[in-house]
Ligand binder design. Sequence first.
Ligand code: CA
Length: 230
Amino acid sequence: MKKILVLEDESNIRSFVVINLRRSGYEPIEAENGTEALARLKENPDICLALLDVMLPDIDGFEVCRRIRATGSKIGIIMLTAKSQEIDKVTGLMTGADDYVTKPFSPAELTARVDALVRRLGQGEDDEKKTYEISSGPFVLNTRNRTLEKNGTRIRLTQIEFQLIKLFLENPGKAMSREDILKAVWGQQFNGEYKTVDVNVRRLRIKIEEDPTEPEYLTTVWGYGYKWGY
Ligand code: CA
């Protein structure tokens, strides 16, 4: 069940929101002031979305929003604004909110906004994974974090090794000459220094292969170069 933070100081409105979220299959986490909201978020890093009331007794909802974003958090944020004033909207969106709902709102309106944002966040995650992750057998290369995992275990790579494995994973099954590899990873000016390729392939094999002398993934194409896979 997806956790949703509900920051609202008026207990009757908070209960109304909580009941409706529960009915829609969410797990609401309640907070009645800004400080409490920030504490709940710290305790529940899996909260995916926050509903933030603007008018609060301590720090206001915009400030809570600003502080959430300041931690680098990308959770969904919907502001609950008391009036439909343009200034509230603008301030909310400037502080990093994704959407706003104007009070008074109906249960249907609230859950529609929440569902839509949850869906958008989910799509965002999938898109990021699609763009940034290259998988092959037990390996997952994340080109954004520049990390490699084998069966879920992180393998530490130098920047050159990262470029090298990225090149192979982007060209699975393709025999690549040492010249092509040099050009792609090191650039034109290293033309002819094939030993550099061999040395780095050997180092990479030690890190990724079960038995580097009998490579299973980064294989040799005799008299030519290397290939990812058989
Ligand atoms: Ca309030």
